[in-house]
Design a protein around this ligand. Structure first.
Ligand code: ATP
Ligand code: MG
Length: 562
């Protein structure tokens, strides 16, 4: 949202209000300490961006600190590749963390000590039931759970067994440490949840030091406490876990952050779950986590999104307590608004049709002057080569046009952007009747500033010169999922059947003005009349330029919300 000075207006939300009140009442001695705690088991996505903007945003706004903490408690699924990509993405979004990066694995000793003190206080026990049995004993929402036969073990026995678990004396899955709370609790999370499990697995940071690993619910709240977090912000599904976090922290008598839940971002036509996104990667439906169709930060960056547009989006969607689904049109609107200000205007013909100007001096090449961005005079001008042999867009010509087709048709005139007015005199076809060339004449006086330049002409087309233009590949993207709510698809239906088979179109015969091949990977442009495009971060080279469609020019969001 913008105010009349067009500067960013901070919209308030209930979490910001809580923080403000806490500062006013000196609840945490005025401290604001948040954290963003991803599990490094995939790449960050636009949902995470919402949480990043919220947590880092609050710290920035109130002069506090936001920690970046990797919640690396499940070595089976985690990898340093994901850690590195997440660091890059948070930084790219424009945020800075506190003194250093934190890892839950750095607290493993401390967490183990916490577990010991729960055992000593009679609040945790070692259980020999296996995972299935534990599930059966837990009961259901309508049926109370049953105590495990091992629940009555003495403190001494529990301590001895836990130490032996830690020392690697037992195989995976044979024992767990559980909190001793209440098997009849109405809240299933309170029915003696598992705190530690045995996993004889190598960890990407701690190596083979540990063979027991804390469960998320045990590690998470305690890590927040260790880091002296004040506002522990998480998504709604953790509301039911809060009593457990409170219980553990109170038993241990340690710093007690305030947990506040908010609604996660759901985006239409998009899956926001690392687990499901990793399915798309593993099954080869996309080229990788950074495929430009992916809702990952890395994919969006490659597609052409700017950090500013993503931050703007996160500000506009707000923070609420109720779940909802956001239209992709809003995300695209934010990108368009940003690129409209920044992107240089260039000419590129995606599906070329040859056009010859029969009265243009043979062999002549003119350098025409074109502004780089009419909205930004500081962006300057560039020279574009014009000649008697051009390419225009196939869709800009119709032999037998409907009414109101203001592009090129036989016998009619159009203006060529930055150049002359031309008239279509003749249509050349191949033996199958396909149009292969247009033969036109031009009005030599109609160049910008010329005597007939201001003649009233309805259509203006983009174009490139045949000989000076360069060949390029352009990749056009559509939604990965046809279904507006792919997450609603049953777990059992495979991802493949839900996919949009037409989500990627590759155009290999595009022609672009010469300046474009000198761009750098990641540069963003407006191809006049076609959309915003970005030089591909991975595949672009000056000899094989590749451009990604970031977003089209048609703003459905702005139209709907006028
Ligand atoms: P995923 O299912 O994608 O793995 P997650 O919640 O398990 O999501 P984490 O790595 O644990 O992933 O998430 C780190 C933080 O990002 C958490 O605090 C979580 O609440 C937040 N987060 C994850 N997804 C969303 C979302 N769609 N909207 C808002 N916040 C999110
Ligand atoms: Mg998670």
């Amino acid at each position: 949202m913008k105010n009349e000075n067009n500067s960013d207006l901070i919209t308030s939300n209930f979490i910001r209000e809580i923080v403000k009140q806490d500062i006013a009442s000196n609840k945490w001695e005025g401290r604001v300490f948040t954290r963003f705690p991803p599990e490094p088991n995939g790449f960050l996505h636009i949902g995470h961006a919402k949480s990043i903007c919220l947590n880092f945003g609050l710290a920035t706004e109130f002069g506090g600190t936001c920690n970046l903490r990797f919640d690396d408690t499940n070595p089976i699924k985690e990898d340093d590749i994901y850690v590195q990509s997440m660091i890059e993405d948070v930084r790219w979004l424009g945020f800075e963390w506190g003194d250093k990066i934190h890892y839950t694995s750095e607290y493993f000793d401390q967490l183990c000590d916490f577990a010991m003190s729960l055992i000593k206080g009679g609040s945790a026990y070692v259980d020999d039931l296996n995972a299935n049995e534990i599930r059966e004993y837990r009961g259901t929402l309508t049926k109370a759970g049953i105590d495990s036969p091992f629940r009555g073990r003495s403190v001494a026995e529990n301590l001895g067994l836990f130490v032996r678990m830690k020392n690697g004396e037992f195989p995976d899955g044979t024992k767990v440490l559980r909190a001793k709370i209440d098997m009849a609790s109405a809240n299933l999370n309170m029915r003696d949840p598992v705190l530690y499990r045995i996993l004889n697995t190598h960890h990407h940071r701690t190596g083979d030091t540990w063979c027991i690993y804390p469960m998320y619910d045990f590690a998470h709240g305690q890590s927040d406490s260790i880091e002296k977090i004040t506002h522990s912000i998480c998504t709604l599904e953790f509301e039911d876990h809060r009593p457990l976090y409170d219980w553990i922290i109170d038993k241990l008598g340690i710093h007690h952050p305030q947990q506040i839940e908010f609604a996660r971002l759901n985006l239409a036509h998009t899956l926001l779950s690392k687990r499901k996104l990793s399915g798309l990667v593993d099954e080869g439906h996309v080229s990788g986590w950074d495929d430009p169709r992916m809702p990952t930060i890395a994919g969006m960056r490659r597609r052409g999104y700017t950090p500013e547009s993503i931050r703007d989006f996160c500000e506009r969607i707000g923070v609420a307590k109720a779940n909802s689904t956001v239209e992709i049109a809003l995300l695209e609107h934010c990108l368009r608004e940003d690129l409209n200000k920044k992107a240089l205007r260039m000419m590129a013909v995606l599906r070329p049709l040859k056009l010859t100007i029969t009265n243009y001096p043979e062999g002549q090449v003119e350098e025409l002057n074109a502004d780089n961005n009419p909205g930004d005079p500081a962006s300057g001008t560039r020279a574009i080569p014009f000649s008697g042999e051009l390419y225009i867009e196939q869709e800009d010509f119709m032999e037998d046009p409907p009414k109101k087709f203001f592009r090129l048709t036989p016998g009619k005139e159009v203006r060529l952007k930055h150049a002359y007015i031309i008239k279509c005199e003749d249509v050349v076809k191949d033996s199958n009747g396909n149009v292969t060339e247009l033969r036109c004449t031009y009005d030599p006086d109609s160049k910008t500033g010329g005597p007939t330049a201001s003649r009233k002409i309805k259509g203006t087309l983009h174009w490139v010169s045949v000989r000076q233009s360069k060949k390029a590949e352009v990749r056009i993207f559509k939604h990965l999922f046809l279904n507006e709510n792919p997450a609603d698809d049953k777990e059992s239906t495979d991802l493949k059947s839900a996919l949009n088979t037409k989500s990627l179109e590759i155009l290999k015969e595009c022609r672009v003005e010469p300046a474009l091949v000198e761009s750098k990977p990641g540069d963003r442009f407006q191809f006049l009349r076609m959309g915003y495009f970005c030089s591909d971060l991975k595949d672009f080279t000056p000899s094989t330029p590749v451009f990604n469609l970031a977003v089209t020019l048609r703003d459905t969001w702005a139209k709907i919300n006028k």
